[in-house]
Design a protein around this ligand. Sequence first.
Ligand code: PMP
Length: 433
Amino acid sequence: MDSLKEQVIENKQNYLCPPSWNHFYKEPPVIVKGEMQYLYDDTGKKYLDFFSGVSVMNCGHCNPEIIEPAIAQMRTLQHTSIIYLTEQMGELARRLSGLLPGDICRSFFCCTGSEANETALLMARLYTGKKEFIAIKNGLHGRTHLTMSTTAIPMWRSDPYLSDAVHFAENTFIYGEDIETAAKKSLESIRRIIEMRGKDNIAALIMEPIQGNGGIITPPPHYFKALKALLEANDILLIIDEVQTGFARTGKLFAISHYEVVPDILTVAKALGNGMPISAACTNEKIAMAFNKPSASTLGGNPVCSTTALAVLDYIEKYDLCQRAETLGKQLMQGLKLLQEKYPILADVRGMGLMVGVEVRHLNGMAAPELVDDILEALKECGIILGKNGLERNVLAFQPPLVITPENVKDLLDALDSILAGIAINKAALYND
Ligand code: PMP
């Protein structure tokens, strides 16, 4: 009889597509159970989850305060959010309108981040009557045609016929360059694209407030105000993709609020459902009126997912997860900066709240994805799951459920300290090159 792990691998290799075998670990664990900030594998081993499925499980795994209302709703009515009148989706839209920045007050619900962004791009075309878009290098927005076209990470651009209506501007971070200079170059490149293509051709610029998969890239404080002014002067909309940053992750409900800017369209997914598939493209009254065309998602905002999302909003407020992310984020950041002083392969520590990235490089400046893999493997052995991202796969990604404790942060930092000490001894040459 095959072990569960062998069965899972066999099914994956023989029946799923794409068939390629791509994992963070040489021996990926089979996760069978979740409990707040912890995961368990099929051997009973317990892991502290410091990645939460890429910022999905902000309220923790199988949190009773989230799942009980969802289970009760599942027993009562699952379908449908369209055709008939149901209560939950409208109530969620009303709650969100009180929480979204500025004048953003209407939501279109769907199931994934890709769909929410595809809808946002459609809204921009309908409102402006213009076709083209600007996106940012290292950004990621999804798997559908336009969202893959606006994604700048090569490994996520598999379609050979992507749209030629998308123009990529410079990122706000270039390793080795001061952040202010990089941000200035980014704005300058956006200005050039507008000049080159003409303002009458560009509908919107789409951007993550803090890039997730691109390597936790945090633009400097003034960046978005300058960007919004530039776009407004050219009648171009700003779409902010909060799929990874939304719902308290960065210490505010939405990351763009750190920058005191109100986008024209804001998209959310992942943490809104805390594991249930729900997403939304949210906008102001004016743009929503231009979206007055037949459009609906069969299961978008269905009663079960909307009930879950309402429970998520209640939970974030009840336990003040924004404050928690800010406080624990500071503890994490301070600890990582101390480790950076000890271990120079930690080339850059950056982020906001509990969305933190650590760039790992050799002393000669070369990206060190193989050391990131070593660190991830060693942490897994200690019972801690961490993420990785970045264009060169050399960024350690810290995005835990927001229900972690100060002791969990300390345990992670202690484990990382001893792992880095081991690497420093074993690979002493790295420190001398
Ligand atoms: N936008 C961002 C910023 C994301 O991180 C992702 C997924 N990693 C998406 C969009 C796409 O979301 P989904 O996988 O739910 O379609």
